[in-house]
Design a binder for this molecule. Structure first.
Ligand SMILES: [Zn+2]
Length: 371
């Protein structure tokens, strides 16, 4: 039912609009116009002012014509570098760049697929529940756009993020949440040879703490790492100050919080024992999620994948994506693969057949949501 030539032309148009992350102003205007033309009401939040990026997040809503959960489809409008003056061409069933830039299929293939699915829905007068399309800025600069989003504009019951490599049909049903910790350890300087008794070594405090905390692979859902250490000035000075950077990740938020507690408490107890002081600066990065085949959002996307003739495959992710952020907002969301290859390189390419399948998947998700 989808129009292959139309989605291809729109994809080619979108990748030729420069939108390196932080410079989304030009493409935001085009995307907003397209959403309005599709009949959406488009709202903007204040992400540009909050983050210094080139545009706001676009939150578009199409009122439903039938009962069903409100669906959210999302992609991001920014790209990595080098992404200026992209010249796409078609070679052996793929859209490619000229080799001097990325292609920007990450994530304009997602945008084109979402638009084509909805355009097909509308031209065939198919019934649909209320649909929200959210196109974010600043995904590539660390999810800063979605993190700055005005949550009050979101009213979806479940979300589908069109932004992952792998053939259409792969679904990320679990993603690790993350905390970062900067631990600042204040000891006491002294001459190491003359009166070490007067000193408190911040390095010794740090090493005691680190030796007592679980690190590496904690369990099937959870990992932790010390990523950076610095401290000390000279052979003969008891170290007054040391700094340790660490992180913890887990698919399960309770496990993540328990791990962070073990790490901060290890610093605190070691500092206390040795008469030092520690400041743990704990930074929440993003939410984790872990769904099963019984979760409604997974049920819908599974049925939709089968409807387009593919076999669903479930994956988990250790890195962050906008999906983590939407899940953190309380909207159960999965990230779906759209087929782009070798992203973030000048060899990035987009298989035509996956672009078409991704468009079909949008339509199929909407159709399954009525079932
Ligand atoms: Zn992406």
């Amino acid at each position: 039912m989808i129009n292959e030539d139309r989605v291809l032309q729109e994809f080619l148009e979108l990748v030729q609009i420069d939108s390196e992350t932080k410079n989304e102003a030009k493409i935001a205007v085009v995307i907003k116009e397209k959403l309005l033309a599709l009949g959406f009401t488009v709202e903007e939040d204040d992400a540009a002012a909050k983050t210094g990026h080139g545009a706001n997040n676009l939150i578009a809503t199409l009122e439903g014509t039938a009962q069903g959960p409100t669906l959210l489809f999302s992609s991001h409008m920014d790209t990595v570098v080098p992404g200026q003056g992209i010249k796409p061409s078609i070679k052996d069933g793929y859209v490619v760049s000229d080799g001097t830039t990325i292609l920007g299929a990450d994530d304009k293939a997602g945008i084109a697929a979402i638009f084509e699915g909805i355009r097909t829905l509308k031209e065939n007068n198919l019934p649909h529940p209320t649909i929200q399309v959210v196109i974010t800025v600043g995904e590539e600069s660390g999810l800063v756009g979605s993190r700055a989003m005005d949550q009050s504009l979101l009213k979806a019951d479940m979300g589908f993020i069109f932004d992952s490599e792998g053939p259409v049909g792969e679904i990320t049903v679990a993603g690790a949440g993350q905390y970062r910790i900067i631990s600042k350890i204040y000891g006491k300087a002294a001459h190491a040879g003359v009166n070490p008794e007067a000193g408190v070594s911040a390095i010794t405090v740090a090493s005691k703490a680190i030796s007592r905390m679980p690190l590496g692979r904690i369990d099937e859902d959870t990992t932790a790492n010390i990523g950076h250490f610095e401290g000390g000035k000279a052979f003969n000075i008891v170290t007054e100050y040391a700094e340790v950077w660490s992180e913890a990740r887990s698919l399960v938020m309770d496990k993540l919080e328990a791990q962070v507690k073990k790490m901060t408490e290890a610093f605190e107890s070691a500092a206390k024992e040795m008469g030092a002081r520690v400041e743990n600066n704990v930074m929440f990065m993003y939410h984790g999620y872990k769904y099963t085949a019984e979760t409604p959002v997974v049920q819908k996307v599974t049925a939709a994948v089968k409807r387009i003739g593919r076999e669903p495959e479930y994956k988990k992710s250790g890195g962050g994506s906008d999906g983590n952020i939407f899940n953190g907002f309380g909207i159960p969301s999965v990230t779906v693969a759209i087929g782009y290859e070798e992203i973030h390189t000048t060899n990035e390419r987009m298989p035509l057949k996956e672009l078409y399948k991704a468009s079909e998947l949008v339509l199929a998700i909407i159709e399954e949501s009525l079932a």
